[in-house]
Design a protein. Structure first.
Length: 101
């Protein structure tokens, strides 16, 4: 589990798809800065409605989604899933490309 001092929620176990790993490598990034932004509530390149939905999801224990643009213009999504019980028990965060969803 990755946590920084500015985290608003736990990321749980962090995993990445092959496409996300390749894109991060191509952009010389480990993904850590994007994970830190995500965990701190900086939702990146999403519309205001999605930002509000993420903020509400933190209270309700639901899934949150961030989107970031890598230096080569590749879009990277980060999704933290919530447990089915709705108790904000976030167990896994996935880095992926939109076409891998």
């Amino acid at each position: 589990m990755i946590v920084n001092k500015n985290s608003r929620f736990s990321l749980g176990r962090v995993v990445a798809t092959p496409g996300a790993l390749e894109a991060l490598l191509r952009n010389e990034s480990t993904g850590r800065k994007y994970l830190d932004r995500h965990a701190s509530g900086d939702w990146g390149d999403v519309c205001d409605e999605d930002k509000r939905a993420n903020d509400q999801a933190l209270e309700a224990g639901a899934r949150v989604l961030s989107a970031y643009v890598l230096p080569d213009d590749t879009k990277l999504w980060i999704i933290t899933d919530a447990a089915v019980d709705g108790r904000a028990n976030r167990q896994v965060t996935t880095l992926l490309l939109p076409d891998e969803y």
